[in-house]
Ligand binder design. Structure first.
Ligand SMILES: [Zn+2]
Ligand SMILES: [Zn+2]
Length: 366
């Protein structure tokens, strides 16, 4: 069952600009070139379109499984609960919890890449890393999953920890970990959990490991092991996924999607978009790396930036310090341990896409 969700140009126009006068005013502040880019969305479905329509591949896809009211620009703009950064709350904080790899320097490098990416993505806001903490410092409960036999941390405890850590000037704080999560005893697992009103969330990249669902997954513990609560020594030297281009791509997507929610942006049902909901890994892999015009307009009104500058910053992140080869990142003679090549192979399609967007934005007016 493959279904294309094709909206008419008129529907998309209303979703983007709306029919109300004050919002048409907001929209008119874009330059002509920026409007040309945003209105590329109306050509969705035509060959070579920059913003293709959403396709539903199966009943387990998000839209099929979770019918919700679509959020157009107007309903976003008028939502009294949406959150906007202001002069005193304009920093996105990232808190890493537990190890991100065997090599300390590579761990640091990986979260630096994520930080830099988020800063380009939410162009105009500053993104800062809080000093990494070991799992023990959060005082969380944990368990060994009785089916998959991997270590899992309880999300509620991490959110409590983050609430106490949140700096005064935070717009939001995002906890990230390579350890799998569970929300409560009766649940098998969860990718992450957020409190939008408090501007915080915690997300795990454990299941973005290509090996997670295989029998040979190295994060499985011996069946009999039942660690004592409060004894965090099981986390020392515990398996973390190899740092690959795919892991970096998936991590960047998750982070930016989840931070997008912090502004009050709901799941996108308009066009192919980073804000599309996803129910499973295959669906989140299918999601593009960036916003559709409607969600871009939402983030633009919340943050404010020149669209071309934002795309340039993202392109620069993809082109800077990259590695030539695929496979797990390791320090080598040509790349000493303090500098690892950024594995951006998986970003190739996005790179081409960004260049096409910039072509439209920089085309001379006739
Ligand atoms: Zn979401
Ligand atoms: Zn969207």
């Amino acid at each position: 069952m493959m279904k294309v969700i094709q909206h008419t140009a008129e529907t998309l126009h209303t979703a983007l600009v709306s029919n109300s006068h004050d919002l048409a005013q907001v929209y008119s502040k874009y330059t002509q070139a920026e409007r040309r880019l945003l209105e590329e969305g109306f050509r969705s479905g035509q060959p070579g379109s920059l913003f293709p329509p959403i396709t539903v591949h199966s009943d387990s896809d998000w839209i099929a499984a979770h019918p919700e009211e679509p959020q157009d620009f107007e309903s976003f703009y008028r939502d009294p609960y949406r959150r906007t950064p202001d002069a005193h709350h304009n920093t996105i904080y990232i808190q890493t919890i537990g190890s991100f790899g065997e090599v300390g320097a590579l761990t640091d490098q990986y979260v630096e890449w994520l930080r830099d990416y988020c800063q380009a993505f939410f162009y105009g806001l500053s993104v800062k890393l809080l000093p990494a903490v070991p799992v023990s410092e959060t005082g969380c409960s944990f368990r060994v999953n009785s089916n998959s036999h991997n270590l899992q941390i309880r999300t509620g405890d991490l959110l409590r920890f983050l609430a106490n850590k949140k700096p005064k000037d935070a717009f939001c704080i995002v906890g990230i970990t390579m350890i799998d999560l569970y929300p409560e005893d009766s649940w098998n697992f969860v990718f992450g959990q957020a409190s939008l009103s408090m501007g915080m969330g915690v997300f795990s990249f454990a299941r973005y490991d290509d090996n997670f669902y295989s029998r040979s997954y190295a994060g499985r513990l011996k069946k009999r092991l039942q660690p004592r609560q409060g004894d965090y020594s099981v986390f020392e030297g515990y398996y973390t996924p190899p740092i690959t281009s795919t892991l970096l791509l998936r991590s960047c997507k998750t982070m930016t999607h989840e931070i997008g929610h912090m502004f009050g942006i709901r799941h996108c049902q308009w066009l192919n978009c980073i804000m599309q909901g996803s129910n499973h890994l295959e669906e989140s892999d299918r999601r593009p790396l960036d916003f559709c015009p409607i969600c871009l307009h939402k983030i633009h009104v919340s943050v404010g930036f020149k669209i071309a500058q934002r795309y340039k910053a993202l392109l620069q992140w993809m082109e800077e310090g990259q590695s030539g080869t695929s496979g797990p990142v390791k320090a080598s003679a040509s790349h000493p341990a303090t500098h690892f090549p950024k594995p951006t192979q998986a970003f190739h399609t996005s790179k081409l896409w960004l260049r096409r967007c910039l072509d439209i934005l920089e085309k001379e007016e006739l």
